[in-house]
Design a protein around this ligand. Sequence first.
Ligand code: KG4
Ligand code: ZN
Length: 341
Amino acid sequence: MITLAIETSCDETSAAVLDNDRILSNIISSQLYHSKYGGVVPEVASREHLKKIVDITEEALINANKSLKDIDLFSATSEPGLIGALLVGLNFTKSLAVSSDKPFIPVNHVQSHLYSGFLSGQKKEFPFLGLIISGGHTLLVLVEDFFIHKILGGTIDDAAGEAYDKVAKMLGIGYPGGKIIDENSVKGNKDFHKFPVAKLKGNEFDFSFSGIKTSVLYFLKKIGFEENRNDKLVYDICASFQEAMIKTLYEKTMDAAIKYKVKSISVSGGVSANSGLRARFNIQKEKGYEIWFPEFEYSTDNAAMIGLTGYYKYMFSKNKNYFLTESLNQIAKPRLDYENF
Ligand code: KG4
Ligand code: ZN
């Protein structure tokens, strides 16, 4: 089964070709204009997708050594995301599907991050705990089987990546800020300042990041950051902020793993590229936990994860009784409640 997948939910125009669950090509073009504006401008993002989508798709087909007539299944991100940006990819891909007389499968972007850990032949056993941390979403999910998701918690305000991007903006170090803060943190002292980790009254597995962000803002004012700015100060603030972020993400996830008696944890989404977070979770490997991250290329937005999730959804809905693929090496019972997430 050859799948062509397109991702245009935010500021990456991406196309991928998969042979069953194996990636043949994955082309990602990141829009660079937004460092000028300090964020993504929806209208500009849509126009950039329009300019690039045909070339990116052709490149993905050429790299996979396939042509349109080889494609058996078309898939694109349908939600969530910037509506104009989504429409570009959705309509383009649906048109290809209709003109080729082949099926089209819409894919939830956040769900595809969850399954991105399955790319490159990584682990595929259930149950596992999925921490999805991106620029727009933060979710902790118990995954009992393919598309059997129990959402344990999510953010009540900013997403994890959003907090990184906003703090980077306050520090004037660029956009998107997660990668830059991560690189600066390595050079800084994480004990320089203790930024508070939110304690929430409601659901114990919900997250809140606006408090950390606001405390960084007050701290910068208190120390006269602009007047006293120097590289070491920036590194120390980045390291201290990153420590607070890692602490809350790591501790809540481990609490959930203990409560639900799950020994397998997947961390995905753009923030899962974070080196400090990876190191902290990996410590648990010594305690018998299985910890898995997507490869760096598949942590941030990409069409390969859309293609993989589209392929799973298609196989799942097509075979009413059983769903088996060689590389999955297992049979999953079909259930149809995946539309909820
Ligand atoms: O998943 P993604 O590419 O897009 C969304 O679905 O939102 O995630 C983008 C987010 C941005 O907020 C970016 O700052 C963050 O991922 N990010 C990181 C790192 N690399 C990207 N955050 C922390 N550390 C990183 N190394
Ligand atoms: Zn994403």
